[in-house]
Design a protein. Structure first.
Length: 201
């Protein structure tokens, strides 16, 4: 029985591990150094066949915290700015995501409200998140973080103060669709591990 107790935790590890997907981060520095204008829309290949199309209210611009942006992101963090233009930033993916998140800061200092909306492949709203932030020059990583965990995300929009202010975001975090084992695979795994546990008991 002592050996059987050692086998059973392996079962839990095997089942849980199938649904864990490593979060990835977009690095805006691939668009150029600080002050580089960025035409909108643009497409980034993120690996594994996943593409992200980003669009804004007009030409965007690269900035870095401490180099063109005196805000409250982490020092040196690579940013994308809406370049004195109000309106949303939109992100569209050719494959479904299970999570998307980023830090956001309004250009003007003070309290602000930010909105993140996630949509499915048919344009249906999955979730909408509204949070309050504080824009300042502390350079301490306190820029407002917003994230949505939801299966089937294919596009998102982010904006501040009802789309009436310009803002910057850091590199988004994202996860692809969660991999869930087929029921038949789970049954086979259970059967095999239980048999092994009994054999060594």
């Amino acid at each position: 029985m002592r050996r059987a107790r050692l086998i059973m935790p392996l079962l839990a590890i095997a089942l849980v591990g199938t649904s864990e997907v490593q979060a990835q981060v977009v690095d805006w520095s691939v668009l150029g150094t600080a002050y580089t204008p960025v035409a909108s829309p643009f497409v980034l290949a993120l690996g594994g066949g996943l593409n992200m199309t980003t669009s804004g209210p007009g030409t965007l611009e690269r900035r870095d915290q401490g180099n063109g942006w005196a805000g409250n992101f982490n020092q040196g963090e690579h940013l994308l700015w809406t370049r004195n233009q109000s309106g949303p930033l939109s992100f569209v993916f050719n494959q479904a995501l299970s999570f998307f998140g980023l830090n956001i800061q309004r250009d003007a200092f003070g309290l602000f409200t930010a909105v993140m909306e996630a949509y499915d492949g048919n344009g249906g709203l999955l979730q909408s998140l509204t949070l309050g932030g504080n824009s300042n020059s502390n350079a301490d990583g306190s820029a407002l973080f917003m994230g949505i965990a939801q299966s089937g995300i294919r596009s998102l929009r982010v904006y501040v103060d009802n789309g009436n202010e310009d803002f910057a975001v850091n590199g988004p975090q994202y996860r692809g669709a969660v991999s869930v084992p087929e029921p038949s695979s789970v049954v086979l795994l259970l059967t095999g591990l239980l048999a092994l546990a009994m054999a060594v008991a």
